[in-house]
Write a protein that binds this ligand. Sequence first.
Ligand SMILES: *[C@@H]1O[C@H](CO)[C@@H](O)[C@H](O)[C@H]1NC(C)=O
Ligand SMILES: *[C@@H]1O[C@H](CO)[C@@H](O)[C@H](O)[C@H]1NC(C)=O
Length: 359
Amino acid sequence: MIPCVSACSGFLLACLLAFTFQIFYFSPISPDLLELPPASALPTNKHLQEVTKLGEGFLDRPEDVVVDRDGILYTAVRDGWIKRMHKNGSWENWKKIDSDGLLGIATSKEGGLIVCDAEKGLLKVSEDGVVVLATHTNGGSKIRFADEVIESSDGSLYFSVASTKFGFHDWFLDVLEAKPHGQLLKYDPSLNETSILLEGLCFPNGVALSREEDYLVFCESWKYRCQKYWLRGADKGKTEIFIDNLPGSPDNIYLAPDGSFWIALLQVVPNGLEFVHRSKPSKHLVASFPKLANLVNGARRKATVVNVAADGKITRRFDDPVGKVMSFVTTAFEFEDHLYLGSLNTNFIGKLPLNPTNS
Ligand SMILES: *[C@@H]1O[C@H](CO)[C@@H](O)[C@H](O)[C@H]1NC(C)=O
Ligand SMILES: *[C@@H]1O[C@H](CO)[C@@H](O)[C@H](O)[C@H]1NC(C)=O
């Protein structure tokens, strides 16, 4: 009896040790602890449950949405199609790219779109077809996980690389690792060259230019903040905090016609699971099991977008607090008094009137 018990417990102990060794030794991450912002006092609401659904069933997780000056709406979806909706409401499969990593898109003055492809780099898509603009930085490193882009009036393209370590499909590992692997890049069309403006950023995601184009704002997702990067004036080349302690992880950001910004916020750390981000062993454990990572990632459970004035103050907030209609909202783009909402968990684009009483 006694020898059997000790043999069994010895075996169990050996299994446990092997399991622990396996997790630490083969863990895909080398994590730091993540400091989370204090809980937000802003009340939530259910406005995002009132959206009209555009292109329902036709759009597989439309991450980003833009509307060009002619009122044509564009989005890039998971099967590599760039789809567009004409003013009369009819949808068209416009251009196809062989990629399942199409993320941020931007309209170009010359017509067509600039597209971030998390596999290939930066692309230009027009009626004439697809042209690769940038695959490497001028230092020679390959551009992976290009995330969001904006074109300035001189034709320069500013874009983010969310992580130089993890790819798009492993984005949650970058959150778990919580080390700054991101970059802000600039593509100069006259030189056909891409320079690194900033490195060591915390999952830089959305990029937007201010109305005067004197600075840009980029969002650092797991840092719960957005920073300004000055393009002109005495502070040119410097960064400063635009807004921090956001009530969620900022994803894409867009300039609104009034000079404020719309920011989509992800709930990557659900309430009650903050401890995972404060313990390295639990990070290793979660990172080793994709199913566990899915459970711990709260992005599919709710949606929030905020409007932030140019002075960095939140002025409006829209939520779907339980993800009933919209969840994992990644983009809010304003056009003609409506918000167009992209998501990595819906098969439609949400459309929300901004001033329902007087429209
Ligand atoms: C809507 O507009 C597009 C582009 O002008 C056109 O090709 C299409 O036939 C129109 N669809 C309908 C139903 O009118
Ligand atoms: C610009 O550089 C890219 C590689 O980063 C290359 O594929 C492309 O052909 C170049 N374009 C021109 C016009 O030279």
